[in-house]
Structures are given as structure tokens and as C-alpha cells.
Design a protein around this ligand. Structure first.
Ligand SMILES: *[C@@H]1O[C@H](CO)[C@@H](O)[C@H](O)[C@H]1NC(C)=O
Ligand SMILES: *[C@@H]1O[C@H](CO)[C@@H](O)[C@H](O)[C@H]1NC(C)=O
Ligand SMILES: *[C@@H]1O[C@H](CO)[C@@H](O)[C@H](O)[C@H]1NC(C)=O
Ligand SMILES: *[C@@H]1O[C@H](CO)[C@@H](O)[C@H](O)[C@H]1NC(C)=O
Ligand SMILES: *[C@@H]1O[C@H](CO)[C@@H](O)[C@H](O)[C@H]1NC(C)=O
Length: 700
């Protein structure tokens, strides 16, 4: 005798489940649960069904139909206990199945060495976006994971041990005939008394005895905080996107980016999103009792102040992301996946619905109904247990948001210089306002690509400053600027332009006086290769600058042909004296600083010229060397920008750089540079373009 009603709904009443195409077997009201069921007769499972269970339950790595699974993680350097913990976790993943491969996001050499020691299934991916302090960006990690060709992608914390129920659950989920995204909160494990054996397949206790079943692990009293941000997120490759809109550039491990992703996935309603915390054992090793925190990241106010979401505090950035505010979802209204007596069940306790996880055509409905009573009993027992463990906590993230907190990088110029300068004590300086943010990013991405890390950004306004902080760039504010620079029309010839350019020489002089060589580069300059070894070879007392001469023949150092958008200032007394004169001259001029450079160093009308490419300033003994235009072409030289293949044309000449000048206005510059392919930044996703980007970005 049982009190359950069996319904066979032709139409499922839940949209998600309908999408799933799961067969609804029963709809149970929770009111009915708890009513005695224990009289139900026990009937043996049909052999066919047993086979199904066995095939997917027993894992021995020999299944041929398992999905390929790639786990993506961003480990810290493999040193000390942190390294040991990560190594144990990663080996636990690899031991689960030969279908599993691992991608480590890192630029650290210890991570490369670690990967080499392990199987070919572990690789290192350094080509994603990192902050200058080495923290990876979550949006870039997810984008790279999405570009993966494996059937299932998993983003996971590197300190998380996985047990075999992980692979069982993923294999079951993989058979859903709708695209899905699952997450599983970690259990925090302060002390983990188990080791992996040499082949990484079996767990051993301290005394060397083998742990036989997963139960032996789980009997331990491990804390489980469902509100924790520590979780793994997995999705099948599928056709449907994970969520609408654009994932903001979150710093990995710094906030609630996982929650954000799940929220948006739920809200977007493309995929079936479910909580597999009860079906997957992911154990977060927390020996030190400390939160995972990259020390380097502590420089960023973002990290320590719980500010995890940039858009909240900045109207400019909010505009970029439009509607991408954090719509907090009610997580209690989500489907949870449980494993129960060998069965998988989706339970939505808010709506009081249970769906068995079924695969198309695996069983006829008739059989299902016939044998349901056994399952009912097991299931109800499980549901009771589940309900008692279900988190009732309010996992609201509201406390995390503090919109009034300023975004800043608490590093002085002196400290940035010492962190960033190369071994020759040289830095590359860019001075920019907000309207040039995309050009700045393309320039930065190009420098990343060339593995040039000794650059610094001087922010002319507050918007670009915050933008740079959030993009993980080494940035400092130019403090003495009275007027707001960030206008779209701050281009050549305007008053605004004059003010901006004068900041550049002042900054260069300041950095020289702090003891560094400076390569000043505008951001509308594309770098083909690192010019520093060449530029530094001119030695002291030589200011090396680009020539803005457009005529093909004749001297390249005629009056006012010095381009102050690209020059190398060597650290020495002569250069400092020369630049002081330039800065002083510029301060009293109503023109931009460019004429001040020429008129001061080469003399008005060019009377300090000593040949066709050099000048000598007599008072300071500073030589000005104009750079060969084949190597450092300006925007007019030989109409290179008009070439069908600008890159090829430049490379044939042996260019180090090409300047996107001799064209006025930000928009025109972009229209010329982006289609030429000399562009390295995807403005829509705010990521550097990488080899692994499959889709071509579109800007206009
Ligand atoms: C979430 O949903 C449950 C059940 O529908 C409800 O009891 C609870 O108050 C909701 N919580 C919030 C924060 O809305
Ligand atoms: C938010 O940040 C501001 C500025 O740092 C601080 O004064 C305030 O106390 C913070 N509020 C909360 C709720 O943390
Ligand atoms: C650093 O200085 C050395 C010696 O002057 C030079 O050979 C080398 O190219 C310089 N490196 C860079 C990146 O400028
Ligand atoms: C700029 O300065 C020059 C000479 O120093 C002067 O002749 C000219 O009138 C000035 N222009 C403006 C707009 O002030
Ligand atoms: C400039 O160099 C010349 C020759 O090398 C030298 O005689 C002169 O004293 C120098 N002047 C200064 C100001 O250093």
C-alpha cells in the first residue's frame, strides 16, 4: 500500500526539466513524504537496469564511452606545503580516469617543471591574461576553458581533491540531452590524513593501509559551507552559451566570481544549471587553516576589501557592461543532484519535485512504474537525509558589495619602478587618458606577447586609472593635472592635446631623476619586436627619438621633425639637463611639447644639427639621434599604413615599431589599426587576443 500518486505528465510543468527531456516519472509532494512507505515490497531490479548502473558506477578507467574531461586550474608556484597540497590534488584528478586531462594556468617556472614530471595529460597554459602581479583573470580562464575541445570542462581550485564520485557524476551528467552547467561546493578539510600511492590510483592511510571505499573518506567530519565560494564548476561543451552578456574581468580567487557565473547562468536560462554538491566529493585541502590568498594580490585594494565586482563602483565600467549587474538568484530554488542507493535524482525542494536522472531510451516507462516501489523507499530515506543536511544559510552576497570603496593600487611610483624595471634599470612609459583605453590595452597585450614586462602606465584621469587597476596594469596617477583630459577629441593640435603631451616629458624627467632609463612610447605605436637592446646601444648623452619626417629624401632631422611620442632617454646628467630645458620651455609655450623638444635640443631652425640625423645641444652636450625610419617608421613614411598587408611590409623593412600617427582622432586611428591586424585586444570581452581564441572579434 502506498500513498503516492503516479502522474504521467505529457507536458512537464518546469521549463528547465522540459528542456532536459528527462522523463518525469513521479511528482511527489513533500507533504506526502515521511508518510510510511516501509511496507512497500522489495523487488529485484531488472537485469538490464543493473547493467546500466554497473556500467556507469564502476569505474576502472576502461570505459570506452566516457566523455573527455579537462580540468582547468590556476595553481600557485609549486613550493613548500602549498606545492605539496596542489600536487596531491592534481594527482587525485589524474588518477580518476585516463579521460581526464589538466590545464594549469600559470607563467611560473615551477609549474612548468611540475607539469613535465607528470603525464602528458597535464599541460601549462601561460597565454591567458594575468595582472602584473601574476594573478590570473577569471574571465580569461573561462574563455580559455570554453575554447577547449573536450566534452566536459571543469574549472576547479588547485587545492581540491576529487574522489571517484566526481567522474561518475560527470559521466551521468554527460548523458543529459540538454546542455548543462553544474557546480559543487567544496568541503573544507583542515587535516587530510591520506596519501596517494605511487601510481596515483589508490588512497593510503598514514599506516600504509589502503582506503577501500569512498565512505572511509566521507565519514570524517568535514566542514561544509554551502555559502563558500570554493566550488568546482563544470559544463558540457555543447552549443548553448553559459550565460548572456560578458563576464567581467574578475581576479581569480579574489571574490565571488563563481557565484556570479552561476547566477548569470541561472538567469540566462540557456543551460540546465544544477547543484551537484551532494553527488560530487570535492575536498578543499585547507591544512593551514587559511584562505587561499595570493600574497601578491594583496597589493590590490580589490582583494582585501572584499570588492569583487568592479562594475558596481564605477559608472564608466558599468556602462561597458550594461545590464550586467549582479542579479542575485535564490539558490534554494535550484535543482540539486543526489546520488541515492545507486540512483541519481534531481530534487528541487522549493518546488517539491523529484526527477530521476534518466537517459533517453534506457528503460521503458512500464518497467519504471513496475519497480518504482523499491526506489521510492530508498529515495525517501535519502531525501530525509538530504533535507537534514541541506544548507539553510542565507548565502546572500550583499555584504560583499561596497560601492563606496575606491579602486586603487596602493603602490607608489617608486615601488612600481623597483618592481617593474628590467635588469638595466629601464622602464617603458605610456601616458594615457581614458579615451585611449582600447589602444592602451592593445599596446599592453602586444607587450605581453613580446614578453616585455617593464612597462608602466601613467594615468591622466581617474577613469583610466581605475580601468588600469581593474585590468591588472601597473599604473600610477599623474597628480598635478588641473583639467580633465578624458575627451574623445583630445587629438593633435587641440589645447587638451598640448596639456597631455607636456605631462609626458615631465614624467620622463621625474623617472630619470629617480634613477631609471625611460623609453617613452605612445600607445598608438605597434611594436613588432623589442627595441630596447637597440635603443640602449646608443649609450649615454644621446636622446634617441623617432623622426616625423614624411618626405622620402633629405635629412630626417629638419626643424620640428622630432616625434616626442617615441624616444629613449638614457639615465645620465646630460640627458637630465637636456630634458629639464625641454620641460621648462614647454611650460612657457602655448604649443604642444613636441616643438619644445626640437627647438630646445636642435635649436630653432635646426642650428644645432650636426648632420642629417643628429643634433648636438651645446650647453648640455646632449646629442639627439633621429631613428632610421625604415626601422622606426612614422605614420606617413612610405604610406606603409596603406599597404594591403601592413605587417608584412613593415617586417620586410625590419621595423621595430610603426607609429599610427599622421592621422587625427582616436576613431580614425582605430579604423586604420584594427583592420590592419596590428591589434591585440578584444574590446568586447576585455581580453588580450590569444592563439586559442576561436572566434574573430568584431569591433565596428
Ligand atoms: C528563497 O526561496 C525560498 C523558497 O521559495 C524562500 O523560503 C526564501 O525566503 C527565499 N529566500 C530569499 C532570500 O528570497
Ligand atoms: C565601504 O568602504 C568605505 C570606504 O573604504 C568604508 O568607509 C565603509 O565602512 C565600507 N562599508 C562596509 C559596509 O564595509
Ligand atoms: C641591457 O644592457 C645590456 C648591456 O648594455 C645590453 O646588451 C642589453 O641589450 C640590454 N637589454 C635591454 C633589454 O635593453
Ligand atoms: C602663442 O605664442 C606665440 C609666440 O609665443 C604668439 O605669437 C601667439 O599669439 C600665441 N598664440 C596664442 C593662441 O596664444
Ligand atoms: C661637452 O663636450 C666637450 C667635448 O667632449 C667638452 O669639451 C665640454 O666641456 C663638454 N661640455 C659640458 C657642458 O659638459
Amino acid at each position: 500500500m502506498n500513498f503516492f500518486q503516479s502522474f504521467l505528465f505529457p507536458n512537464l510543468h518546469n521549463k528547465k526539466a522540459k528542456l532536459l527531456g528527462l522523463w518525469l516519472i513521479w511528482v511527489w509532494g513533500f507533504i506526502l513524504i515521511g508518510v510510511s512507505l516501509y511496507a512497500t515490497q522489495l523487488m529485484p531490479l531488472p537485469s538490464y537496469f543493473k547493467g546500466q548502473i554497473k556500467k556507469t558506477m564502476i569505474f576502472n578507467g576502461e570505459l570506452v564511452d566516457g566523455p573527455s574531461i579537462t580540468l582547468f586550474t590556476a595553481p600557485r608556484p609549486f613550493v613548500g606545503t602549498v606545492g605539496e597540497r596542489q600536487a596531491l590534488a592534481i594527482r587525485s584528478w589524474l588518477g580518476l580516469s585516463p579521460d581526464i586531462s589538466v590545464v594549469l594556468f600559470s607563467q611560473d617556472s615551477s609549474v612548468f617543471s611540475f607539469a613535465e614530471l607528470l603525464s602528458h595529460r597535464v599541460s601549462v597554459e601561460p597565454n591567458i591574461d594575468f595582472t602584473f602581479l601574476g594573478t590570473p583573470f577569471f574571465h580569461s580562464m573561462v574563455a580559455r576553458s570554453k575554447a577547449s575541445s573536450s566534452d566536459v570542462s571543469v574549472v576547479i581550485d588547485p587545492n581540491t581533491v576529487l574522489l571517484p564520485d566526481f567522474i561518475k557524476t560527470i559521466r551521468h551528467a554527460h548523458r543529459l540531452d540538454h546542455d548543462w552547467l553544474l557546480f559543487s561546493s567544496s568541503k573544507s578539510v583542515p587535516h587530510f590524513p591520506f596519501h596517494l600511492d605511487a601510481d596515483g590510483k589508490h588512497w593510503l592511510r598514514d599506516d600504509g593501509s589502503r582506503v577501500k571505499t569512498q565512505k572511509d573518506f566521507l565519514s570524517q567530519e568535514w566542514k561544509w559551507n554551502l555559502c563558500e565560494e570554493k566550488m568546482l564548476i563544470a559544463w558540457n561543451s555543447g552549443d548553448l552559451p553559459l550565460h548572456k552578456g560578458v563576464l567581467p574581468p574578475f581576479l581569480y580567487g579574489k571574490g565571488l566570481h563563481n557565484r556570479w557565473l552561476i547566477n548569470e547562468a541561472l538567469l540566462s536560462d540557456f543551460r540546465f544549471v544544477f547543484d551537484a554538491s551532494w553527488a560530487i566529493s570535492n575536498l578543499y585541502l585547507n591544512d593551514l587553516g587559511q584562505d587561499f590568498d595570493r600574497t601578491s594580490g594583496d597589493f590590490l585594494g580589490l582583494a582585501t576589501g572584499k570588492r569583487f565586482w568592479e562594475v558596481a563602483g564605477n559608472s564608466n565600467l558599468a556602462m561597458l557592461y550594461g545590464s550586467l549587474y549582479f542579479h542575485e538568484q535564490n539558490f534554494s530554488n535550484i535543482f540539486r543532484l543526489f546520488q541515492c542507493g545507486g540512483y541519481y535524482l534531481f530534487i528541487n525542494s522549493a518546488q517539491m519535485i523529484v526527477y530521476p536522472l534518466r537517459y533517453k531510451g534506457s528503460l521503458s516507462l512500464r518497467k519504471e512504474v513496475m519497480f518504482k516501489s523499491t526506489r521510492e523507499k530508498n529515495t525517501l530515506e535519502c531525501i530525509d537525509t538530504i533535507r537534514s543536511t541541506e544548507g539553510t544559510k542565507d548565502c546572500s552576497v550583499k555584504n560583499y558589495l561596497n560601492v563606496s570603496m575606491p579602486i586603487s593600487l596602493s603602490l607608489s611610483l617608486e615601488i612600481l619602478l623597483s618592481l617593474r624595471a628590467d635588469k638595466n634599470k629601464t622602464v617603458v612609459l605610456a601616458v594615457v587618458g581614458y579615451s585611449y583605453k582600447d589602444m592602451l590595452m592593445s599596446w599592453v597585450c602586444r607587450l605581453h606577447h613580446l614578453q616585455i614586462s617593464n612597462f608602466l602606465v601613467c594615468a591622466l584621469d581617474n577613469d583610466i586609472y581605475e580601468f588600469c587597476v581593474l585590468q591588472g596594469l601597473p599604473v600610477f596617477k599623474y597628480a598635478n593635472l588641473e583639467t580633465k583630459i578624458s575627451f574623445d577629441n583630445c587629438h593633435f593640435g587641440t589645447e587638451c592635446f598640448q596639456k597631455v603631451t607636456k605631462v609626458k616629458s615631465r614624467m620622463v624627467l621625474q623617472i630619470l631623476k629617480l634613477g631609471y632609463n625611460v623609453l617613452m612610447s605612445d600607445v598608438d605605436i605597434y611594436w613588432f619586436k623589442n627595441p630596447l637592446p637597440f635603443l640602449s646601444s646608443f649609450g649615454p648623452a644621446v636622446l634617441v627619438a623617432q623622426s616625423d619626417e614624411y618626405k622620402l629624401t633629405g635629412p630626417i632631422n629638419l626643424p620640428r621633425r622630432l616625434n616626442s611620442g617615441f624616444y629613449y632617454a638614457h639615465l645620465d646628467a646630460m640627458t637630465i639637463a637636456g630634458l629639464e630645458k625641454v620641460v621648462e620651455h614647454a611650460a612657457n609655450s602655448n604649443l604642444s611639447e613636441q616643438p619644445s623638444f626640437y627647438d630646445t635640443l636642435c635649436g630653432e631652425g635646426g642650428y644645432n644639427r650636426i648632420d642629417d640625423s643628429r643634433c648636438l645641444e651645446p650647453q648640455t652636450n646632449l646629442t639627439v639621434q633621429f631613428l632610421d625610419r625604415d626601422l622606426f617608421p612614422n605614420g606617413a613614411y612610405k604610406d606603409l599604413w596603406q599597404e594591403r598587408n601592413v605587417k608584412e611590409a613593415c617586417l620586410i623593412k625590419g621595423c621595430f615599431i610603426i607609429h599610427n600617427n599622421w592621422i587625427s582622432g582616436r576613431r580614425k586611428k582605430l579604423e586604420r589599426q584594427v583592420p590592419s591586424g596590428l591589434w591585440e585586444y578584444d574590446m568586447s570581452t576585455r581580453m588580450c587576443l590569444q592563439m586559442w581564441h576561436k572566434t574573430k572579434f568584431v569591433y565596428f
